[in-house]
Design a binder for this molecule. Sequence first.
Ligand code: ADP
Ligand code: MG
Length: 298
Amino acid sequence: MPSKLGKYTLQRTLGQGAFSRVKLGVVEETGERYAVKIHRLDDPKLDQASIDVIQNEVVAIKALSHPGIINIVDYYARAHLTKSCGKAYPVVCVIVEDLAEGGELFYFVKNTGYFAEHFARYFFRQIIDAIDYVHKAGYAHRDIKPDNILLDSNFNIKIADFGFAGPIAGRTGTGSLTTKLGTVPYQAPEINERKPYSGEAVDLFACGIVLFITIAGTPPFSLADKSEFYYKLIVNKKWDMFWKYHMKGKPSPNFFSDEFKDLIQRMLAYDPADRLTVDQIRSHPWFTSQSATYQEVQ
Ligand code: ADP
Ligand code: MG
């Protein structure tokens, strides 16, 4: 039996996080379909920090409006009268978003195996446009990964999940960002080392990892394996060894173009000062090469 939340009839689960569940919500009268992200505030595991994450998400995403960013259409907290204390307090926080019909970029890559480079470029250009917009609007996303990059029914990317987003260092006078956030292996080295970091540089590092995954079909390193070893092979341009040990020789070693390898090495540079900026990414030969057409992507 589908349940109801306000005017939304809740149907299948689209995704699940630590404290949230995202459901397909349909407005019966109009047939409109949305993604309804529900946080239960009476979960005993939910502490103040997690409540901040919810609040954060709403503040950030409401301030942003771009075709490459998921749009919030409604936000509310529902109060319930609890019998135990007789007080009304919010039990669920609801964020209603435009539905990204195509689901996660992650699933698309998984189903396809990996993308040809010109195909990956089609998505990567959109990701860079959206993240550039976020930065210019004064925010860092800080949790860029393929499960937070969604697709609409026209294969346009929509960046979602702004729970970890924060104002960019310098713009607010608070200095560099320091909070250890994000998800391995998308975290830049300076986050792991707990150094103050630039929001732009850590997001672009994560975009480099996403780009790698779309083309190789696998992350370049993860916590479970010898992540430092593989990371050093990439940044020191030891692609033959990387291929032998990490990719186990498959597919053929010259599968990546030289331009792609060059772009990845520079996007993942250890020192954020050496890492490519958005403008440098946009003028890189890999980025400016021909992209797949909309018809090819369908
Ligand atoms: P969390 O903070 O729990 O990771 P997300 O906002 O990333 O929450 O949502 C969790 C998952 O739910 C996403 O990875 C995606 O699969 C699905 N999802 C979230 N928002 C939408 C949306 N607008 N349209 C379609 N699916 C969505
Ligand atoms: Mg998420």
